[in-house]
Design a protein around this ligand. Structure first.
Ligand SMILES: [Fe+2]
Ligand SMILES: [Fe+2]
Length: 190
């Protein structure tokens, strides 16, 4: 199903960002002055790409279509709660990044702790959706694939707009080369 492929691609983008971010966190924790914009760009990715766009698609186009049954209702309820929890973890990350000073290991430790807490939650949530939500979509929503895909496109345009979408994808690709020089410093200093 096209709708599942779209969500899976977006999950892969989230996992790519989390994996790319980890060496920046490790370096910053050692006092390497990783530029703050690495962390603020990831914060923007969390709030626009993950919370507004991706979670918006799931809630507005998928959960809302799930047939009412005790199993699917329990599943979508749990996933919605995880989205809510994600918003709190994302806000905590943003707050930690605001206090971050490049080269200051203590403020970097706050960023690393908040980023990893959200990362753990995001990875578990993605596993949950891959094994639970996608199977339910195949079972119950195969005939609604086109309608869901059309709504995904509408949500994407309304929530983030074509220009911002391109910009965020370029930002995702930029992360590993931007982080590498600082990660390399951490290895030398460690
Ligand atoms: Fe989700
Ligand atoms: Fe998801």
């Amino acid at each position: 199903m096209k709708s599942i492929e779209t969500l899976r691609d977006e999950h892969n983008a989230v996992l790519f960002v989390l994996d790319s971010l980890e060496p920046a966190l490790t370096a910053a924790e050692q006092g390497v002055p990783v530029p703050a914009d690495v962390f603020t760009d990831v914060g923007r990715f969390f709030s626009i790409f993950v919370e507004q766009c991706h979670n918006g698609k799931e809630e507005g186009a998928v959960f809302a279509r799930m047939p009412a049954s005790s199993t699917t209702t329990a599943l979508t309820h749990q996933l919605e709660q995880e989205h809510e929890n994600g918003k709190r973890l994302s806000a905590a990350y943003t707050a930690a990044v605001e206090k971050y000073t490049p080269g200051d290991a203590a403020s970097a430790a706050g960023v690393a702790k908040a980023a990893r807490a959200y990362g753990v939650a995001l990875r578990a949530h993605i596993d949950e959706e891959t094994s639970g939500l996608f199977v339910s979509m195949q079972e119950s929503l195969a005939s609604e694939d086109d309608a869901m895909t059309a709504e995904f496109d509408r949500i994407e345009l309304e929530e983030i707009g074509a220009g911002v979408h391109e910009e965020i994808h370029a930002m995702i690709e930029s992360l590993p080369p931007r982080i590498k020089p600082w990660a390399d410093k951490a290895k030398v200093e460690a």
